[in-house]
Every structure is written in structure tokens, then in C-alpha cells.
Design a protein around this ligand. Sequence first.
Ligand code: SF4
Ligand code: SF4
Length: 74
Amino acid sequence: MSSSKNETAKKSGVARVEVIERYCKGCSICAEFCPTNVLEMDAFLVKVVRPEACIKCMQCELRCPDFAIKVHTD
Ligand code: SF4
Ligand code: SF4
């Protein structure tokens, strides 16, 4: 992620949802728990498709059994 994108996220108050692809096994737990459909499955990998809809509830990060998703709020 470039620093300019981080700056944009900071200014707009939008969380940056990061998928650590080498850890993700595509179980879809995060996508199922996300209340605002930020996440979608793409075969065996989760994708962040609507980052602007993230309400920073942290469910995806808390529920992922593989520590493969992080929500950056700062
Ligand atoms: S819960 Fe974790 S391992 Fe499962 S799809 Fe989401 S990021 Fe990948
Ligand atoms: S923090 Fe909540 S709203 Fe944001 S992507 Fe994760 S589950 Fe969805």
C-alpha cells in the first residue's frame, strides 16, 4: 500500500482492510461475519470489494482463524 493511499484513508476516516494473502485459506468466515459486505470470496481468497462500507467493527479480524485479515484504523 502506498503512503498516498494511506493518507487518503486517514483523511476520509475510511479503514484500510488488509488481507495477508499468504495466510488466507479462503474459509469465508470473515465475509460471512462482515455486516456491511465489504468482503467477497474470489475462489480461495477473500477480496476487499467495498472498503468505503467498512464500519470498523473488527469482526473480520477477530474471527479469522489464520490472522489473515487486519483492519487499520489510524
Ligand atoms: S477468515 Fe481469514 S482465512 Fe478465512 S477467508 Fe477470511 S481472511 Fe481468509
Ligand atoms: S471491520 Fe467489520 S465492517 Fe470492516 S471489513 Fe471487517 S467485518 Fe467488515
